[in-house]
Design a protein around this ligand. Structure first.
Ligand code: SAM
Length: 296
């Protein structure tokens, strides 16, 4: 089948979306983050960034009316698309009627057993990537679910709010660096693919967007003895950004009068207690949490 994005003849992508939506009497729900992408170039960039091979599978979260699902179906061996809005299911049945390799599942991606679904629908695929224009009201919970469940994924290529993409892809010493940056870089290598203006969506969102590619790591870049505790330490260190790392950790993990014990731990980790959480690298957080774990 032709691997190029579909040419809709004399009807532009925005007009096609409007036509489908109005013919089905569909009204957009802001509460479900329904901003449909109508730019063929951006769709192409998203699909290209996923680097899908003919034996690969794609998991799409929130297919909408199927604008991204179609090019995915042409590139991948199989596509599993999870859509929460029941009203979109008959529309997807129509727009994707000519593809036999697409499976639509109706449900909330945050509640579905994704591991089981991937095994069931994409189990025959060589590698699986997530490719989606995410609903912005749940961007972080969705990405964290994909990462924390340690699903067997190769790439996660998602359109998200630019501000969240900046936080995911930033490093120590920058204003956007925080617990989300560390969580993302623990599981993946993040890369900003492109910045996207709000004009390419129907209806237009209130914020600018970005496509980010998260290349899932085979193993984390640091060794931590207890993952949950490592992330607790990171969260605590950023609890109040204007406070020093020592004061934030003291408030969360130590009793009154234990400052000198904490300072001994920080010294052992080679961390100056007056530093702020945003200056510590992932290696320093790993070292600190390992030492804290042994001494608490
Ligand atoms: N992929 C389409 C596109 O690019 O035009 C639509 C993207 S729109 C930003 C987000 C889609 O996610 C909507 O279709 C919405 O109904 C769906 N959605 C919202 N919350 C969801 C959830 N918790 N689980 C699955 N789908 C969800």
């Amino acid at each position: 089948m032709d691997k190029q994005l579909k040419d809709y003849g004399d009807i532009s992508a925005p007009n096609r979306t409007k036509e489908i939506v109005s013919r089905h009497g569909f009204s957009f729900k802001k509460s479900l983050g329904q901003n449909f992408l109508v730019d063929q170039n951006i769709l192409r960039k998203i699909v290209e960034a996923a680097e899908l091979g003919p034996d690969d599978g794609a998991l799409e979260i929130g297919p909408g009316i199927g604008s991204l699902t179609e090019p995915l179906a042409r590139e991948a061996k199989a596509v599993l698309a999870v859509e929460i809005d029941q009203r979109l299911i008959p529309i997807l049945d129509e727009t994707l009627a000519s593809y036999s390799n697409v499976q639509i599942v109706h449900g909330d991606v945050l509640k579905l057993p994704l591991g089981d679904l991937l095994r069931q629908h994409l189990g025959e695929c060589e590698q699986v990537s997530v490719v989606a224009n995410l609903p912005y009201y749940v961007t972080t919970p969705i990405v964290m679910k994909l990462l924390e469940e340690k699903l067997p994924l190769r790439n996660i290529v998602v359109m998200i709010q630019k501000e969240v993409a900046d936080r995911m892809a930033s490093g120590p010493g920058t204003k956007d660096y925080g617990s989300l940056s560390i969580a993302v870089s623990y599981y993946c290598e993040p890369q900003l693919v492109t910045i996207v203006p709000r004009t390419v969506f129907i209806p237009q969102p209130n914020v600018d967007s970005a496509v980010i590619k998260l290349k899932v790591r085979d193993r984390p870049p640091v060794q931590v003895e207890d993952e949950a505790f490592f992330f607790d330490v990171v969260q605590a260190a950023f609890a109040q950004r204007r406070k020093t790392v020592a004061n934030n950790l003291l408030a969360r993990f130590f009793g009154k009068g234990e400052r000198s014990r904490l300072e001994t731990i920080l010294a052992e980790a080679g961390i100056d207690p007056v530093r702020r959480g945003e200056t510590l690298s992932i290696d320093e957080y790993a070292r600190l949490s390992n030492i804290m774990l042994r001494s608490l």
